[in-house]
Design a protein. Structure first.
Length: 326
């Protein structure tokens, strides 16, 4: 029974009258004669002993109206759910026989667990299966790239070492050092048509043999860069200008790219132009070489209208122009 309801009902209980002597734990009518129940029996001169108030027997004509609060159920009703079983909402880790890639390994779902069942090795794991790659090279295979040695590592050609005296058949040459600078080495290679179809390593190595240590290093670096671009002119001029500047010019100064342009406007021979380049920093030399090389791919350098077009926004030489004149 609700506790609040018990408290309210307790005020409605009519107490029963006990014997005038007050024994038995009931109401003492001698002490409280004004209570209605004590006045109920007029035949006894105010004595309400004619009713049995403890037995619950109603044969005497007087009902048992004494109620003990101690006998009432005052325990609040438990309205909470007694079924505390939880619902399992954990999803399975995987679907049986599903496959996936983990790194470069294949995993299979078995018994709600991922198990590694295959290592794809030099192949590629895609969609839970090993995909066989076409081999670019065999492990530890060697080749020359310009004057550098490259080695096959995991189906990719990777740089191993530069060869100051040239590279042949995947090995550095040990010929004696000559005196030619980078320009002279490249002039030899050009005259010998070493670059007619990519790089003829044997031909280029012959020209390198006459170069100085510095000349060989600079020429090898430039040709390695060109090889990296597959001898595509746009790529080569975009990315290899620093190597070209190092090869072409013997000195550097403090001028910027625009100073080279301003200086060269008054030149009447190549020595003068070279002097303008060498009065600028190595970075400025590379920038101006990029501008001239890019423009030369599309225009006669005396055609101002064409130059204005290729240097415009969105045109092929915009980046080269902005690197120098922005």
């Amino acid at each position: 029974m609700n506790a609040l309801r018990v408290a309210l009902l307790s005020f409605l209980v009519i107490p029963a009258c006990d014997s005038p002597g007050g024994g038995g734990g009931g109401i003492n009518c001698t002490q409280t004669p004004d209570l209605p129940i004590c006045r109920a029996d007029t035949s006894g001169g105010g004595d309400a002993t004619g009713a049995d108030t403890t037995s619950g027997d109603t044969t005497s004509g007087q009902p048992d109206t004494q109620v003990s609060i101690d006998t009432l159920d005052t325990t609040p009703t438990d309205t909470t759910t007694t079924d505390t079983a939880s619902v399992d909402t954990v999803q399975p880790a995987c679907s049986e026989n599903a496959r996936r890639c983990s790194g470069n390994s294949v995993q299979l779902c078995s018994g709600d667990n991922w198990l590694t069942v295959d290592d794809c090795g030099s192949d590629i794991c895609e969609g839970g299966s090993c995909i066989v790659q076409e081999l670019d090279c065999q492990p530890n295979e060697r080749r020359c790239s310009g004057a550098s040695v490259e080695v096959c590592d995991n189906n990719h050609w990777t740089f191993q070492q530069a060869c100051p005296s040239g590279c042949s058949a995947g090995s550095c040459q040990t010929t004696t050092t000559g005196s030619d600078d980078c320009n002279a080495i490249l002039a030899c290679a050009d005259a010998s048509q070493c670059f007619a179809d990519g790089t003829d390593q044997a031909c280029f190595t012959t020209c390198l043999a006459s170069g100085s240590t510095t000349g060989k290093s600079e020429a090898s670096g430039l040709i390695t860069c060109f090889d990296g671009c597959s001898w595509d002119a746009t790529c080569a001029f975009d990315t290899c200008s620093p190597q070209r500047a190092k090869c072409y010019f013997e000195a550097t100064g403090s001028g910027d790219c625009t100073s080279i342009d301003t200086c060269s406007q008054s030149c009447s021979d190549q020595d003068c132009v070279d002097g303008c380049y060498e009065s600028a920093t190595a970075n400025a030399q590379a920038q101006y070489l990029w501008v001239i090389a890019c423009a030369g791919l599309y225009c006669d350098l005396s055609d101002s209208a064409c130059l204005g077009q290729v240097f415009s926004a969105g045109e092929p030489c915009e980046d080269a122009y902005l690197s120098c004149f922005n």
